[in-house]
Write a protein of this length. Structure first.
Length: 168
């Protein structure tokens, strides 16, 4: 009996490990194609994203709280919801492919200790206690999501809407 419980426990742990970090995104024609999940991490949200061939396309992207909730080559990014039928929030944190974005990015990280951001990005310690990697910008239009925020010391960074941008 103990051996059976041990095997079941190991299998359950393996399933939990495999299912962690499984958030991704898929290109769709309509927001109606996005699927509501049992939890935020299992729910797809409708967002615009850059495609491999350039231009913007609709995507159903899984919700996330951090990069750890996403596939290895994805970022957890704040994106404007484009009309997910079961969601009423303006911004959603979703998993989007890193390769789609080479500038204008902002995404959460757990800490700025050890400089967790790619070479071209800066780690920002926010006044709310959150930390995120940000690309530099000149105007809001330079940012994939959020806005271009002046830090008061001559730097301008793409930041999430929450706490920084006055009007979404």
């Amino acid at each position: 009996m103990r051996k059976t419980l041990w095997v079941v426990g190991v299998l359950a742990l393996a399933v939990a490990v495999i299912s962690a970090g499984c958030g991704g995104a898929r290109q769709v024609e309509s927001c109606d194609e996005c699927r509501e999940g049992a939890s935020y991490l299992g729910t797809e949200f409708c967002v615009y994203g850059q495609g491999f061939s350039g231009g913007y396309h609709l995507y159903c992207a899984k919700g996330c709280y951090s990069d750890a909730d996403c596939l290895a080559d994805y970022w957890c990014m704040p994106m404007v919801d484009q009309g997910t039928p079961y969601s009423h929030d303006y911004m959603q944190w979703v998993c989007m492919p890193r390769s789609y974005y080479n500038e204008g990015r902002t995404y959460y990280v757990s800490s700025c200790v050890g400089d967790p951001c790619p070479v071209s990005m800066t780690c920002i310690d926010s006044s709310t206690g959150e930390h995120f990697c940000s690309d530099s910008c000149i105007a809001n239009s330079d940012c994939v999501s959020g806005c271009c925020y002046s830090d008061g010391m001559g730097g301008k960074w793409c930041v999430p809407w929450t706490g920084y941008c006055s009007v979404p």
